[in-house]
Design a binder for this molecule. Sequence first.
Ligand SMILES: [Zn+2]
Length: 333
Amino acid sequence: MKIYETKVEAGTKQWLKIPVDEECSLKAAAFCGSRPGKRLIVTAGVHGCEYIGILAVSRLIQELDPRQMKGEVVFLPIANEGGFYKEIKQLVPEDGVNLNRAFPGTEMGSRSAKIAAAVETYLYPDADFLVDLHSGDIHEMVVPFAFFPVAAGETVEKKAAAAARAMSLSWRVASTAKNGLYSWAAQKGIPALLLERGGLGRWTEREVDAYRINLYELLVHLDILPESILESVKGMNLKDSERSPESEVLPSGKIEQKEIRTMRYLEAPGNGFWYPAIREGSCLKKGDLLGEIRRLDGSLMYRYESELDGMVFYYTLSLGVSEGEPLVAYGEC
Ligand SMILES: [Zn+2]
């Protein structure tokens, strides 16, 4: 396989340095299977404090044997190294930009734009599928779900939705975003998913294991690994007592996945104190209180009510919020 100008021999793995600018390069691990097949790109760490995805990717890099693979996988475990090592939530510290709003990038821009350009130049070409792992930043909580693109044509949507269905996740949520790592890939014709799980910048072994299982399910769906591997993957590593009570990380059987087409994304209108009245996974009836924004003196600025019957997919726990900051994402179900 060839990644830009680097050749990786069949049946081997190789660490790559993807140049961003004079001070920064991205560390990626390329696996070339012993037989030809599809190419999967797996990214994490777009938001530097979302650790579960970063760790799951790191585990797979250690575990996978390229000789047993059919096809190719390129892992980018930490897209935003500055944010990760400096513990900066949500933003690339070198320029204060959210990397998941920086696509398409440009080599002439600031660090985020350059990272985005490097990802597009080095990782998008020849990709048959891309998955980007997020994990609930320091200020937010999410329920585990997959975003799939619905603004990139029917073929991309169908392939992405089929891959989501292959994973042990309860929800897949339609998204019209276009400016993130996975959503811009979709715009370029690559079926892609963004996975969410966790929150508050925490990570636990069972959450890492759940993501790890999702990645193996995707590798099997893309025929890069044989289905027989799932039984051993779902049975290893954790004792029963460490397993999540969520059915989705249990080794036995598939869970039913529901599709969400109608979402609402609330953003703070300005500086204020945010008092959420819900939490991740809360069931909603139309008219239910979602939360309030108050001034420093306690007086009410805004009150948010649900516009539909549904469920909360994620929300921010930050007390102080500013204009444009996401407050709650909820969907009809
Ligand atoms: Zn994120």
